[in-house]
Structures are given as C-alpha cells and as structure tokens.
Design a protein around this ligand. Structure first.
Ligand SMILES: Cc1cc2nc3c(=O)[nH]c(=O)nc-3n(C[C@H](O)[C@H](O)[C@H](O)COP(=O)(O)O)c2cc1C
Length: 227
C-alpha cells in the first residue's frame, strides 16, 4: 500500500511481485493518478483519520463518494474516523467496497504499541486529537509540510503550536525532545489517533473486533433499510 507522495516509481515492482497495488489518496488529484496507475484498490482517506494525512485534506463523508464515482470499477475503501460497525455501514452506503481502519486496531490485544497508547486511546476523546506538524519537527522526522499527523495531545504540541518554523530552527528544542524521550518524560512516539477515539472503549482481540464490526455493520444496514 502506497500513500503520501508519488507512487509511480514503485508500481512496476509491486506488479512484478504479483501483489495487489493499493494506493491511499487524500485529494482528487491523487485519486485520478491512482486510477491512471491502475491501482487494484484505492483508499480514500479523510482528515478525521489518525496518523499522517493531507494538511489541506478532505473530510471522509463527502470525499469517499467522489472518489467512488471517479474510480469506476476499481474498489474504494473509506478511511478516517471509522471505529465501529456503524462507520463500516456508512462506508458501504457511500459506495465504498469496505473500510480501512487504523486507530481502532491500536486498542486490540495484538497491537504492537506501548500499553499506555492503547490506554490513552480507550480514554481519549475526539476533541483531544489534533492534526499537527509540531511532533514530526520535534522528533526530527522529515515529513513534507504537505502532510500533518493527527495525534492525541502532547506537552510539546502545547508548547510549540503555531511556532513550527521556530521549532525547526531550534536544535536545542529538538535535543530536549530526544532527552525527554530517553528519560521517559514523554512517550517514545507521538500517539497517532483519529477523531473516532470516543467510540473506542475496550481492548478486544483483533479477530473479535472484526467479527463485532461485521455484526454491527449488518445491524446498522438493517436498521437503515427499515428491516
Ligand atoms: C498508528 C498509525 C500509523 C499509521 N501509519 C501509516 C503508514 O505508515 N502509512 C499509511 O499509509 N498510513 C498510515 N496510517 C493511516 C492509515 O492508513 C489510515 O488512513 C487511518 O488510520 C484511517 O483512519 P482511522 O485512524 O480514523 O481509522 C496510520 C494510522 C495510524 C493510526
């Protein structure tokens, strides 16, 4: 799955390996390019999503159906803000073939995250999440400015919000960040989480979660169909 940037240099190698080419897109230009490159699956990502995405991106609800129309026969997955079966049902109602879910799976027993991250996701609220570049700059991660990441709140975010250029030009601040990580004063990584954290209140196994999502989606679709 290729996201964030020009996928074209990699598509041939993926095809040659005989694997499906999945391209995640954040705007219509990227969606058109994904179609032109012959993607087998297109993921339409809205800005509600946890982790990286477009700074000037689109919201999932209006973005997914436009990508569905544009993609024609290519299956589209909706991504961003989906954490329960109602969200999966909404994705299907928008014409998507399914959903790509990220944040929700960080609160499952198999997730390779620090337990404090799973706990923070279970306890977090959508309002506590924020798209920002501050934490990428603070940890000297070279993400292009076009892409921000939605994270839970963080001390450095409060300290540097709106002063990104200043932070980028301040090696001492970035050194302090590294030291704070080493000393355990702040988490080793930003806690990437999307707006749907309110809907995440337990820590099931991933297999149980998938079964629950499917059952809830069926219920939601039945309800919407008046059955
Ligand atoms: C912890 C975390 C790590 C992620 N890492 C990547 C990544 O490496 N590449 C990528 O294309 N998307 C990544 N994403 C974004 C997902 O592909 C997806 O768009 C997003 O999780 C969907 O929104 P949701 O978090 O609201 O479910 C990540 C998301 C999270 C939460």
């Amino acid at each position: 799955m290729l996201s964030f940037g020009d996928p074209s240099p990699y598509t041939e190698r993926i095809r040659a390996a005989g694997t499906a080419l999945i391209i995640q897109v954040t705007d219509l230009e990227e969606a058109r390019r994904a179609v032109d490159l012959g993607a087998d699956v297109i993921v339409a990502q809205g800005t509600e999503s946890g982790g990286h995405g477009a700074r000037r991106g689109r919201s999932t609800l209006p973005f997914v159906p436009v990508v569905v129309d544009l993609a024609g026969p290519v299956p589209v997955l909706a991504a961003g803000g989906i954490a329960d079966g109602r969200g999966v049902a909404a994705a299907l109602a928008l014409g998507a073939a399914g959903a790509l879910i990220g944040t929700r799976f960080q609160a499952t027993t198999e997730a390779l995250v620090d337990p404090s991250t799973s706990r923070a996701i279970v306890e977090g609220r959508g309002e506590d999440t924020e798209r920002n570049r501050v934490l990428d700059i603070a940890r000297s991660s070279r993400w292009p400015s076009k892409y921000t990441a939605r994270t839970l709140g963080h001390r450095y975010l409060d300290q540097w919000r709106g002063r990104e250029a200043e932070l980028a030009a301040d090696p001492e601040a970035r050194q302090n960040y590294r030291r704070d990580v080493e000393q355990g004063n702040i988490p080793a990584l930003p806690m990437w989480a999307g707006e749907a954290v309110d809907l995440i209140t337990d820590l099931p196994s991933a297999a149980d979660l998938v079964a629950t999502l499917a059952a809830q989606a069926e219920d939601a679709l039945d309800r919407a169909g008046g059955r």
